[in-house]
Design a protein around this ligand. Structure first.
Ligand code: NDP
Length: 435
């Protein structure tokens, strides 16, 4: 804490992992002697840079850019880029730290990284977003590469932003390689990458429910967020027989007791991805829905909750409300959306609870599959990618069960994911010496 002042999210993420690993580390003289956890908690490299760009009025604006190259023990740094006004060193370090374990869990050879900027794409024209992305990549390009560091999307960075950044990378480096993932299907993107995080979270939840002979069929689901992860979690949960009744954004949430049908979801996708509108417009279009400004959806009665917006978006009181309303399963599509207090309540009440680093790993796993397709210069069919994604999620679930099953039979997915993710990285670091 003394070395990283003013970084509460990073402290929160490291503390959670350290607590899970403590018995393991206490029992292992080599992990202690080689200071593996201490080394993992220190980024290999942090790059901070100025991003100047011209707005549509011809004025200069200045943002701050970051890339955290956290850990390369098992592969090139890999992790998304976030554009959001809240972005700071603490948030990106927590994300890069979590990413290291998540990537390890996928079984693919990817190290951990994360990057972004405090740039706010909301309300900016396409030209402004393009000029910002080009300026951001003008500096970032010297630090990344297909064998070094492979960024992807995250909050505020979707297909449009990846396109602008890839175009600038290609122009400056004169190479067409898989240095960014989340690319368009016609220019190196993998089938199913946009869907992968939301779908993967549902596949993981399916596995969790199966441990209690249960499924999505007939369940009511609350989802937060209405961006990439939320949209495809909604689509897959509905396909699997559930009724999704909420979506949200940073201004409020909608509750549609009739369920968000595929047609209604199509409207949400158009609203959010093309017109960049607000979720309240859903309630204006569909009278079955009510809009709750300034609130989060966790007071709505549901069987399954899927937080898919941002970190610390579900607190202890909200966790208690979910428990009181009979919720049986919480699968995190977002990174660290539940506060430590919320996690304690879920686990105390023996809910099926999966942290993002396990449940949402399908996104980066499919990015890993995109890297492979780029390297072999082939594109697989959507069915092939989906089958691989499903099998990766099932495998991560098995790892969590292996390391996380408690003496009373309860599966502690936090412990399972932390130990499972840590072991591979730790062993690689031990093998590679004092690096
Ligand atoms: P998007 O930008 O597509 O969507 C983010 C959604 O969350 C929007 O609805 C946004 O609302 C809402 N949101 C963002 N910040 C806040 C906030 N501070 N309070 C309330 N709501 C907020 O991002 P993604 O869907 O890609 O990412 C969502 C989460 O999933 C993040 O935690 C991300 O790290 C994680 N994730 C994403 C992956 C991916 O493949 N995209 C992979 C793994 C994890 P608004 O429009 O009002 O800002």
């Amino acid at each position: 804490i003394a070395r990283n002042p003013g970084e509460p999210e990073f402290h929160q993420a490291v503390r959670e992992v350290a607590e899970s690993l403590a018995p393991h580390i206490v029992a292992s003289p080599i992990l202690q002697k080689m200071k593996v956890l201490e080394r993992i908690a220190e980024p290999e490299r942090v790059i901070i840079f100025r991003v100047p760009w011209l707005n549509d009025k011809g004025e200069i604006e200045i943002n701050r850019g970051y890339r955290i190259q956290m850990n390369s023990a098992i592969g090139p740094y890999k992790g998304g880029i976030r554009f959001h006004p809240s972005v700071n060193l603490s948030i990106l370090k927590f994300l890069a730290f979590e990413q290291t374990f998540k990537n390890s869990l996928t079984t693919l050879p990817m190290g951990g990284g994360k990057g972004g900027s405090d740039f706010n794409p909301k309300g900016k024209s396409d030209n402004e977003v393009m000029r910002f992305c080009q300026s951001f990549m003008t500096e970032l390009q010297r630090h990344i590469g297909q064998d070094t560091d492979v960024p992807a999307g995250d909050i505020g960075v979707g297909g449009r932003e990846i396109g602008f950044m890839f175009g600038q990378y290609k122009r400056l480096r004169d190479e067409f390689t898989g240095t960014l993932t989340g690319k368009g299907r016609d220019w190196g993107g993998s089938p199913l990458r946009p869907e992968a995080t939301g779908y993967g979270t549902c596949y993981f939840a399916q596995e969790m429910l199966a441990t209690r002979n249960d499924s999505f069929e007939g369940k009511t689901v609350c989802i937060s967020g209405s961006g990439n992860v939320a949209q495809y979690a909604c689509q897959k949960a509905t396909e699997l027989g559930a009724k999704v009744v909420t979506l949200s954004d940073s201004s409020g949430y909608i509750h549609d007791p009739e369920g968000i049908s595929p047609e209604k979801l199509e409207y949400v996708m158009e609203l959010k991805n093309i017109f960049r509108g607000r979720i309240k417009e859903y309630a204006e279009k569909y009278p079955s829905a009510t809009y709750y400004p300034g609130e989060r959806p966790w007071g709505v009665k549901c069987d399954i909750a899927m937080p898919c917006a941002t970190q610390n978006e579900l607190n202890g009181d909200e966790a208690q409300a979910l428990v009181d309303n009979g919720c049986i399963c919480v699968a995190e599509g977002a990174n660290m959306p539940s506060t430590p207090e919320a996690i304690r309540i879920f686990q105390q009440h023996k809910l099926l609870y999966a942290p993002g680093k396990a449940a949402n790993a399908g996104g980066v796993a499919t990015s890993g599959l995109e890297m492979t397709q780029n390297s072999i210069r082939l594109t697989w069919s959507p069915e092939e990618v989906d089958a691989k994604l499903k099998s990766i999620m099932q495998n991560i679930h098995s790892v969590c069960v292996h390391y996380g099953t408690q003496p009373d039979g309860y599966i502690n997915y936090v412990v399972g994911a932390n130990i499972g993710g840590f072991m591979k990285v730790a062993n690689a670091m031990l093998a590679q010496g004092c690096v």
